[in-house]
Design a protein around this ligand. Sequence first.
Ligand code: CDP
Length: 230
Amino acid sequence: MSSRKLVIAIDGPAASGKSTTAGLVAERLGYLHVDTGAMYRAIALKVLRERIGMEEKERIEALMPTTHVALKLRNGALRVFLDGEDVTDAIRTPHVSKAVSPVSGYHEVRRAMVREQRLLGAEGGIVMDGRDIGTVVFPDADLKFFMVAGIEARARRRQEELAAKGTVLPLDAVLIDMRERDARDTGRAEAPLLRADDAIDVDTSAMTIEQQVRLVLDTVSKKLQESEAQ
Ligand code: CDP
């Protein structure tokens, strides 16, 4: 493959398969994977730990100058650090999932995270997944994907993920939380979940992870061939 290093953006709603696909694509291309949802989750965890209310915009925004979120690859797996502490597991609880949507809607939170994300992607060679990567963070990304899946399929995936980590919840409860978060992410004023006009749509409802990864990698190969031919 060409030595040109692309910026690949993958956006979509909760449990649509973005992060898993992004991680595997990055691994196979030797690119960096940035799970931006994990970064916002780390901020939400800090807000919960500091016992700040979700509506306390000023207090939440005031945390940002002294808060440090980092993503590091350890033994091939992406780990998330909050102020130096590994919080990879702590950010995946339903409690954090509930808090993250309001917290990530605040302007100063987004400003700090987007700045960090742009720095990480400045040299290319990156697969970044989130809600606003193709629209706000990298509007000029080389490739943009918009991943969706039916709500039932997404809720079932999330239920299985949680169960694997020891949190057993009825499907209905997962579904209600997910619908609420979808509505919040789509309806908020600041960087709502939005499909970029030039994004490639991928419906993962009936796809395997390997099929999702293949689709992205095939598109990457075509893009690199095109740019070499120019
Ligand atoms: O893993 P899951 O699909 O549940 O969500 P996530 O990617 O971990 O993102 C968690 C939350 O962070 C989302 O529901 C959004 O509220 C927020 N988020 C955001 O605002 N902007 C991003 N670029 C990524 C996530």
